[in-house]
Design a protein around this ligand. Structure first.
Ligand SMILES: [Fe+2]
Ligand SMILES: [Fe+2]
Length: 202
């Protein structure tokens, strides 16, 4: 398995500075979360690698995102066609495969779905998605409360992150992606069926 240092060097080389700093802060937040929850070392490693790489394609021009997505046959949906920036996760995962020879599906899915989420996310995917939203550089009302929650209960914070995303998308007039609202509905169904007690139910 590639080391975190190798990944960091790669990210530093190809990302714009502002984006690289966000990636570093996301990795830092993910480390804090994994430490607070006693997560296995190999899982922590994957989380840190995926955090460093999740926005690797975020600054790619729209035409390039689209052309890469076509070339790799990535099943572009109508929302991605309208807003190609939505492809940066899927294209990012392809870059990571071809340039770093990372084929771990947990890492790749964490990169692919960090914006939308999806039903059936692994712990790696969930921690990356959470860390991206609450890293220390993020400044929105209530973010401190979310950071506290992330150290306490992974189920609660995960649900809040999805809720926040949907509210934010609606308030900003952005698409709510099908994968995101499917996930929200799935969480509510799971809660109803398990009394919300089971850990890592999503
Ligand atoms: Fe992103
Ligand atoms: Fe990000």
């Amino acid at each position: 398995m590639i080391s975190v240092k190798q990944v960091r060097d790669f990210a530093k080389d190809i990302m714009e500075e502002k984006r690289f700093l966000h990636a570093e802060r996301t990795a830092q937040m993910s480390r804090e979360i994994t430490m607070a929850h006693n997560i296995d070392d190999d899982i922590c490693n994957k989380i840190e690698i995926a955090s460093m790489l999740h926005d690797i394609a975020r600054d790619m021009p729209e035409e390039l995102l689209l052309s890469k997505a076509y070339k790799k046959d990535l099943n572009i949906n109508k929302y991605e066609l309208e807003k190609p920036v939505l492809l940066h996760g899927k294209v990012g995962a392809e870059i990571v495969k071809s340039k770093l020879a990372i084929f771990d599906e947990d890492i790749l899915n964490a990169i692919r779905y960090h914006t939308s989420g999806r039903v059936g996310m692994s712990i790696v995917e969930r921690v990356v998605m959470i860390s991206d939203v609450i890293e220390i550089g993020r400044k929105f009302r209530g973010v401190e409360e979310l950071r506290g929650m992330a150290m306490e209960n992974l189920n609660d914070i995960f649900k809040r992150i999805i809720e926040n995303k949907i509210v934010y998308f609606v308030q900003c007039g952005l698409f709510v992606l099908p994968k995101t609202y499917e996930l929200w509905n799935h969480i509510l169904l799971k809660e109803a069926n398990t009394d919300g007690k089971e850990l890592y139910i999503f």
